[in-house]
Design a binder for this molecule. Sequence first.
Ligand code: 3PG
Length: 207
Amino acid sequence: MNVLELMRVGPVIPVIIIDELAQAVPLAEALVAGGVKVLEVTLRTPVAIEAIRAISRQVEGAIVGVGTISRPEDFGQALDAGASFGVSPGLTPALIEAAGKSGLPLLPGVMTPSDVIAARAAGYTELKLFPAQQAGGIGMLKALGSPFPDVTFCPTGGVTAASAPEFLALPNVACVGGSWLTPRDAVTAGDWKKITALARETVGLRA
Ligand code: 3PG
């Protein structure tokens, strides 16, 4: 799947932090049970790569990707672990080169018009607006839509269950990202029913 196809699978891509490897498979299963298939596991904990490996091997229906890519070497280990896509909070020449060499579909982060121009020059027209709310939220996306009609965004950062529908109603937004589907207390407690319920609430968010 290319990035645009991945963005259209569901309205919300959960931004996931996994502290314990044993949480990975049940957490992913809980999200898939709630209808959320595209999962972004962030490289923010020591077990992240092994969590991606476990999910890609064991969770039927999950499309797992790697998030918080910030170093060129992140691509190789993510691919090796079975990641289907990558997400980065920003984009640099070194990341562009590494992404191209790896072939991993990448949803790169941008925050300014110059970032959009640079990403587009590198061939990326599907972009993560990050941090979306702090960058200007709905107003920013509307403003970017006029000069960049060929760009589709996944706003992430500060998006909530309450604000997601307004983002998703914008013509230049295909999906949103957020951590609210996987609250740390529920993950730590192994409250998978709660995660499934939160996932299920998002499925109908796109009008
Ligand atoms: C992140 O980097 O953690 C994501 O942008 C998620 O942000 P959120 O916690 O505000 O949803």
